[in-house]
Design a protein around this ligand. Structure first.
Ligand code: ADP
Ligand code: MG
Length: 878
């Protein structure tokens, strides 16, 4: 290949871009070459071509029009790619062979700042991991808001675990840690974050120095951090990466928060998914989630604050009570609450606007929006005047004080009422804002008046009433007359353009005026752009104050939303207790209740943690409401820890350290053994991490495998949760709700003191099941599995035989000594007669089929398939 200067320039930019796809500006296009083109073309639906007319690079290529840059970049980033944008650094000039180009930005999933592509209501985080011997650290940065934090952890495993709680869009690490960090990714999310290993990020002393320089300090002590170690390296790597991709010093990142590793109630990602906090299980969308029910915030940053409160609920009693006090006070005064909501709705996304200012990509119109928002935010303080709660006082977690309203007013006072989107076209400032701008504007006005006069004069002299002065990009101002009047053009006129219908020309006088006008424009635009940059600088300098105020307003907005939801749904303030209990009277599921307003929700009580009832085994028919009951109790505990009221008539919630929820695979036939493995791995995690203060919700655990396996495992798990690691009950978990389709599991209550059986009630009426959805003491009196099978269309003869077998099974559940068979331990004498005897000669398959028919009531399809097999066996067919 011929090595041309352009190709050389291209390769040097490409080296700088690293693993990012390079967008190379060529005229009106951004072009991609070589492997970049081959990767991007299918993702963007572009056709690969050979050579661009303005380029001498001979390679496969594809390109996009420059003005569609954002759209295409967003598409590649959404596909997990990074994009480096190389723009022209100088105007293309005639005679120059090669225009200087430089990378102006690298866009990656974690650094995307385009407000049109970001979900305004959630954080878009970048994370960095740094590993050392027996020590690790994670750092998080939301570039769109400037929030920056670091957490120190005891090792790589703890770091991997922590990441699951807070899945970022992109993970950054040192090249040397790549293989370790890479292995974490698949378990983080269905669409794991992209990984960027940094070969040149600073380490050790230089890492600390990078942070010192950025924060203008000589030590990190103010942030509660040592001046070395993985925490510093993770934070420095992240900042380095942000600066490198943004090509900016990221001045809006003004502080580094040291997060305690064990902060708050731990809600892992699996639990968050099962409880549908932020994504529905059905389609992964927002509808039907807890957040969607609670999110009545007015601002985008308030929505993010609310989400964070749910992601990381509190664990300290004083902090929880402070929030509950605030919610209670807001809720008491409906008029004030509505005024607050109304005002907040008019405040734009201050932190994200500020971050766009900081990286220099904000439009004048956005700056005006920010200024107006600051002025508006100043109205919040008076609305809350006289509020008693600590949180609203100056310095409190939700204090509305300290908004730089004066700055907003000053900026708004200088900007034009409707400033343009483009900072290069003038019209940014008001008349009177700057003497220089005013002078240039009047010059322009004068010239325009002169232009009109000249037009009138030329029209009269030529005697052509349709003569007009027109402006043209190439020729500037020209006189334009109809082609038919061509003869009237004077001989000394400067010919400009002859078209079929019109003739364009100029005169010496017009040319002079045109130049005057154009230079006035250029000077005006330049002056305005310069002033605009200074104004932006002024605002960015106030970042710390502004971000701090926005953070407090965001939390206020979030609590306001909680108060409004509580008011509308008649929720109550939970009583927080030190003992690990959960006492709920008339609890409801907030989402199920909100989604079906026409069907009355049946409230249910819960009593957990006391003597005799640490573990509740919940049985009942499929569709009876078991899962709903489990989840509503978990949500009540979570909401209380977030500082929210709860959907119940009364609730006492003991402080918890973790909430675990696990749900058995819902369709074992279709999904195979791997789901069972996942289910067991998840459960093993609970057994290792649950403490006496945890809340454990197990929904149909063991379902992903053959009946007897699943039942034995469910039994052993429940036993372990009851007894604790030492087997004496002291390390046992105080709050466990275990829904199961294994009726045999209820026999655990015969041998374990603190196991309590409860059931979702249902009645049979004219051969149909009627769900009462009320939790009662005891065990489900019958399974209704056969009724469900009937609903699925199983022939009556088969159903009758199934009933007979069921009866046999039930009869044989106790061993010859009268104890439940399942309570037996290995080593004890084997019972004389076993269930298998029933099926002697029928084979394993039938045993399995019958067992599943009995238990797998949830999926009529599964029952149908199994019954079909069963039927064949009964008829003696293979
Ligand atoms: P299970 O886990 O026992 O199969 P689910 O909890 O999935 O039952 O509930 C089945 C259906 O019943 C759900 O769609 C839900 O809308 C409804 N439901 C559950 N509990 C209640 C209740 N307490 N009041 C009203 N409807 C309920
Ligand atoms: Mg269920």
């Amino acid at each position: 290949m011929r090595v041309t200067p352009m190709l050389e320039q291209y390769w040097s930019l490409k080296r700088e871009a690293g693993d990012a796809i390079l967008f190379y500006r060529l005229g009106d296009f951004f072009e991609m070459f070589f492997a970049d083109a081959e990767t991007a073309a299918p993702l963007l639906g572009l056709v690969l071509t050979a050579r661009h007319r303005d380029s001498d690079i001979e390679a496969p290529m594809c390109g996009i029009p420059w003005h569609q840059l954002d759209t295409y970049v967003a598409r590649l980033v959404a596909a997990g790619k990074k994009v480096a944008i190389a723009d022209q650094a100088e105007p293309a000039m005639k005679g120059r062979t090669l225009v200087a180009r430089k990378i102006v930005r690298i866009v990656t999933p974690g650094t995307l700042l385009d407000p049109n592509r970001l979900d305004a209501r959630r954080a878009n985080e970048l994370a960095a991991a740094a590993l050392a011997e027996g020590e690790a650290a994670l750092s998080f940065l939301d570039l769109s808001t400037g929030e920056f934090s670091v957490v120190r952890l005891p090792g790589a495993a703890a770091a991997a675990e922590w990441l699951k709680r807070r899945v970022p869009a992109e993970v950054v690490c040192f090249e040397s840690d790549r293989s370790v960090v890479e292995a974490w990714l698949p378990s983080l999310a269905a669409e794991p974050p992209v990984l960027s290993a940094l070969p040149s990020a600073p380490r050790g002393r230089s890492a600390a120095e990078l942070l010192f320089r950025h924060f203008r300090t000589t030590t990190l002590a103010p942030f509660g951090l040592p001046d070395g170690g993985p925490a510093v390296e993770a934070a420095a790597a992240l900042l380095h990466y942000a600066q490198m991709t943004q090509r900016s010093d990221c001045a809006h990142v003004t502080s580094l928060r040291n997060e305690p590793a064990e902060e708050g109630l731990v809600v892992d990602a699996i639990t968050a998914a099962h409880l549908e906090l932020f994504r529905s299980l059905r389609d992964g969308g927002a509808a039907g989630t807890l957040l969607s029910v609670l999110d009545r915030t007015g601002t985008a940053f308030g929505a993010r604050a609310l989400r964070r409160m749910l992601e990381r609920p509190l664990a300290q009693r004083t902090a929880i009570e402070a929030r509950l006090d605030a919610v209670e006070e807001l809720l008491e005064d409906a008029v004030r609450l509505e005024r607050l909501a109304k005002t907040l709705r008019e405040i734009p996304d201050l932190p994200r606007l500020l971050s766009r200012l900081a990286v220099g990509s904000a439009a004048p119109r956005e700056v005006a929006g920010l200024a107006a928002g600051l002025v508006k935010a100043g109205e919040i303080g008076p609305i809350l005047a006289g509020a008693r709660s600590e949180a609203f006082r100056e310095g409190g977690e939700m204090s509305p004080a300290g908004v730089p309203t004066a700055l907003g007013a000053r900026v708004a006072g200088r900007l034009a009422p409707e400033p343009p989107v483009n900072a290069r076209e003038g019209g940014i400032f008001r008349d009177g804002a700057d003497a220089g701008v005013d002078e240039l504007r009047s010059l322009r006005r004068d010239a325009s008046a002169l232009l009109s006069a000249l037009e009138a004069k030329e029209r009269a002299e030529r005697g052509v009433p349709t003569l007009r002065v027109k402006f043209n990009q190439v020729f500037g101002h020209v006189f334009e007359i109809p082609g038919a009047a061509r003869a009237k053009i004077p001989a000394d006129a400067l010919k400009r353009q002859t078209l079929s219908t019109v003739e364009r020309y100029a005169s010496a006088e017009l040319v002079e005026l045109d130049e005057k006008l154009r230079s006035a424009d250029a000077r005006l635009f330049e002056r305005e752009a310069e002033l605009f940059r200074a104004l932006v600088g002024e605002i960015v300098a106030e970042s710390p104050v502004l971000l701090d105020a926005a953070a407090r307003l965001g939390r206020l907005d979030a609590l306001g939303a909680l108060a409004r939801v509580a008011r509308a749904g008649r929720w109550v303030r939970p009583r927080m207790a030190e003992e690990p209990v959960l006492l709920v009277s008339e609890g409801r599921h907030p989402v199920v209740e909100a989604l079906r307003p026409r069907e009355p929700f049946v409230p249910n009580d819960a009593a957990l943690g006391g003597e005799g009832e640490r573990i509740v085994i919940l049985t009942g028919p499929n569709m009876g409401g078991k899962s709903t009951y489990l989840r509503q109790n978990a949500l009540i505990v979570l909401l209380a820890h977030a500082g929210s009221f709860v959907p119940a008539a009364a609730a006492t919630v003991g402080l918890a350290d973790r909430i675990f929820t696990r749900v058995g695979a819902s369709d074992s036939l279709a999904r195979g053994e791997s789901t069972f493995l996942v289910e067991m791995a998840e459960t093993a995690h609970i057994l290792r991490h649950a403490t006496s203060r945890s809340l454990v919700i197990l929904d149909e655990i063991g379902r992903g495998t053959a009946t007897f396996d699943g039942l034995s495992l469910a039994w052993a798990i429940a036993e372990r949760l009851h007894d604790g690691e030492n087997g004496d009950g002291r390390g046992g978990v105080a709050r466990v709700l275990f829904a199961t389709h294994y009726h045999e599991l209820t026999e655990l209550a015969l041998v374990k003191r603190d196991v309590k059986n409860r059931t979702m009630t249902a009645r049979e009426w004219e051969g149909e099941v009627v769900f009462l959805r009320k939790v009662a003491d005891g065990t489900a009196d019958r399974s209704y599995g056969v009724q469900v099978a009937r609903l699925a269309g199983i022939p009556e003869t088969v159903l009758a035989r199934a009933r007979e077998i069921l009866h046999n099974l039930e009869k044989h559940q106790l061993d010859v000594g009268g104890r439940p068979r399942l309570a037996e331990h290995a080593g004890e004498p084997a019972p004389k007669e076993t269930q298998l005897d029933l099926f002697r000669g029928q084979g394993e398959l039938v045993l399995d089929a019958v067992a599943k028919l009995d238990v797998d009531r949830m999926t009529p399809l599964a029952a149908l398939q199994l019954l079909a097999t069963f039927q064949h066996r009964l008829r003696g067919e293979e």
